[in-house]
Design a protein around this ligand. Structure first.
Ligand code: ADP
Ligand code: ASP
Ligand code: MG
Length: 481
């Protein structure tokens, strides 16, 4: 596409919406029919669709990979065949007898490639992150082609686009980061051209590739990020994240049935919430949205008429506590350095963690000590061995970080005090202040995470009390879920 063509499309960009549908929003024929209805309801707009793998498929692919690597090839092959059959059966249900040979061929081709990959994994016993990225990407390949074909059957001019051609990343397998210039150019070239021709591009979320075409992924839950990347590159007027809850809520509704929808929040608030464990958004989602100032909406595909959550720049909610989140299954790591911290030592420590793809949060430092919080991983003994002579590394697994989020929360010690008292019987081992003013965090045993969230949510968002009586907490932007 030449510069003139890009300009012409950007002139119309007010009308462009990127719509991302998560796993449960494509999990069965009913969900996919709902998706078609939602897409049709945006008929006045230019639309780009980003779809996740069908619910549970990514986990099943992961299991198949591990099974093959452990020599259980039969189990691995049966798992991927079931995934293939699930998609074929869905196609049958959706197309009601009018079979699509093209789709059939694509799905069979994916199955063959998957089988061959699993044979290689079994033979080599190698299932590293690079192979894992190749394997997991098939979930989105299957689903995006199924959804494209279903939209075409519904009369829409949907065209499948391979995300691995559009989204260019570094080679940090398992959690790759976009190379922005190349990605923006490719997205504009591939998706922009289709939009100009009036088509509706559909691409798989989560998957990408390096400049050399080696498949990568953006990390678990990464389809949200894919949608925002596409939205930013195309100058979209909004990005819609369609999921299985009514929006971003004051807590995970699976833990707290009383959780309320947060109707409006700032990019910063939402970023913090995602970073501290709210699975509803991939933590990097807001990065491109902030850069291009694109509003992001989180909406329920099961109840599309609900207003959901609007995430925008510079909104001041005036709330003292926005939400309670938890990051499960983390390890608290204490690193006792052999000498006082300096940049060389820090570099060595972080590169040891980096080499094992173990990224986390720094919780504190002192003269010769660093406290980190990392996802529980089997790599910690190897990291400790790599750092021998430089640092003594100790860790405790099975922890959970429970966070209170709110504007300027750190400047209100009475909130920390009330929260701490509510869970003080729980062996709260560490109380950490976030690097920003928006979080206060507590470390508890992972087995206590749910109860801690419930107690804190109950404290700051009590049930059935009139809004003005909620412990002094403004509820101006909360509604019943
Ligand atoms: P999708 O497959 O659509 O990407 P996810 O499972 O990744 O959906 O994210 C949606 C889930 O996030 C919800 O079902 C909910 O259990 C969980 N969740 C965790 N914290 C929150 C929160 N604060 N608000 C809303 N949902 C949350
Ligand atoms: N399918 C991927 C996952 O389960 C990506 C996503 O759903 O966003 O992590
Ligand atoms: Mg998700």
């Amino acid at each position: 596409m030449n510069a003139g063509q890009q300009q012409s499309r950007f002139d119309q960009s007010d009308d462009l919406v990127v719509m991302k549908f998560g796993g449960t929003s494509v999990e069965d024929a009913t969900a996919i029919r709902r998706l078609i209805g939602i897409v049709q309801s945006r008929s006045g707009l230019q639309r780009v669709l980003v779809v996740s793998a069908l619910a549970r498929v990514t986990d099943q692919l992961l299991e198949a990979g591990h099974a093959a690597a452990n020599g259980h090839l039969g189990l691995a092959l049966a798992t991927v065949r079931n995934i293939y059959v699930r998609h074929e059966q869905l196609a049958d249900a959706l197309f009601e007898g009018s079979a699509s040979t093209a789709l059939d061929q694509q799905l069979r081709q994916h199955l063959r490639e998957l089988e061959s990959l699993l044979h290689d994994v079994e033979a080599s016993r190698c299932f590293d992150l690079k192979v894992q990225d190749r394997l997991l990407g098939f979930g989105e390949c299957f689903s995006s082609q199924l959804v494209t074909e279903t939209l075409r059957h519904a009369g829409l001019d949907a065209v499948h686009v391979d995300a691995r051609v559009c989204i260019v990343t570094d080679d940090r397998h398992g959690q790759a980061s976009p190379k922005w210039d190349a990605t923006n150019q490719r997205v504009q070239d591939h998706l922009g051209l289709l939009l100009d021709s009036g088509a509706l591009p559909v691409m798989g979320g989560f998957i990408a590739a390096t400049e050399d075409g080696v498949p990568t992924t953006l990390g678990r839950g990464g389809s949200d990020f894919s949608a925002a990347i596409a939205g930013a590159a195309l100058g979209a007027s909004r990005v819609e994240i369609w999921t299985d809850v009514d929006g971003v809520m004051t807590a995970d509704p699976k833990f707290c049935p009383d959780a309320r929808v947060i109707q409006k929040m700032s990019f910063e608030e939402a970023t913090e919430l995602a970073h501290f464990g709210a699975k509803v958004l991939h933590p990097a989602t807001l990065v491109p949205a902030v850069r291009e100032n694109i509003p992001v909406y989180v909406l329920n595909s099961r109840s599309p008429q609900r207003r959901g959550t609007e995430i925008v720049a510079n909104t001041n909610s005036g709330r003292r506590v926005n939400a309670v989140t938890t990051k499960r299954n983390v390890a608290a790591v204490e690193i006792e350095l052999s000498r006082a911290i300096d940049s060389e030592l820090l570099g060595k420590v972080f590169s040891a963690f980096d080499q094992h793809s173990c990224l986390g949060d720094v919780m504190g430092t002192s003269l010769a000590r660093i406290s980190l919080l990392v996802p529980s991983t089997g790599a910690l003994p190897a990291i400790a061995a790599d750092l021998q002579g430089i640092a003594d590394v100790r860790w405790e697994n099975h922890k959970a970080l429970v966070c209170l989020l709110g504007e300027n929360i750190r400047r209100q010690p009475e909130i920390a005090g009330r929260a701490f008292s509510a869970i003080s019987d729980m062996d709260v081992r560490v109380m950490c202040q976030g690097a920003s003013d928006r979080t206060i965090s507590f470390l508890v045993e992972d087995s206590k995470a749910q109860e801690a969230v419930q107690r804190l949510h109950g404290l700051f968002f009590p049930k059935k009390e009139p809004a003005h009586d909620w412990g002094g907490i403004s509820t101006a932007f909360c509604q019943a879920g």
